[in-house]
Design a protein. Sequence first.
Length: 217
Amino acid sequence: MSSSLEKTLSDFQASVAENMPEDMLNALQGAIDKLAATEIANNALKAGSDFPAFELVNATYEMISLKSLLKKSPLIINFYRGSWCPYCNFELQAYQQLLPEIKAAGGQLVAISPQQVDNSLDTVEKNNLQFEVLSDHNNILADKLGIRFDFDSALKPIYEQLNLDLGKMHGVEDWQLPMPATYVVDQHGIIVLASVNADYTSRLEPEEALAALKSIS
């Protein structure tokens, strides 16, 4: 990659700060701080734990299971918030750029969000992704990992102003999201790397996930 994901996100965040009203910026940052204060990220599943079994639908309505994926190779599993999230799209694009190296290292890449299938397809098409994008309906898998959280109701008016209806996108009434998270899982289903951050503007560098994948013997 010509530049790090961190720099890409930092540059974007600077642009947001210049163009978004201060009260909106403060509300968004306040929600991040509130979530971080719960220490939810520290209580999520860590390296050494078994990754929870799953069967999820991909962007073409095919059921994909953890068991079937691990039969082929170790995994990098990335949880993103949705196709509406620019930070997530930058991250997914960075992983797409790294995909040839992930495959060369003998691994697979999977992205997961709570979106309905049509929105997952939108993610694939928008970012020209060539890896599995799965739908975790109702955040059931995210909950097992300890990364699901209730959306801050104070932000709903802001999201509605931006024409973002998370309940409609997810096909449920409750507004819930996963914290952005990346896991590297060996073929025994053991998590060898877990990166979870309550601040959605900050993400693990994909090269770090690749390095963990390469470390699996």
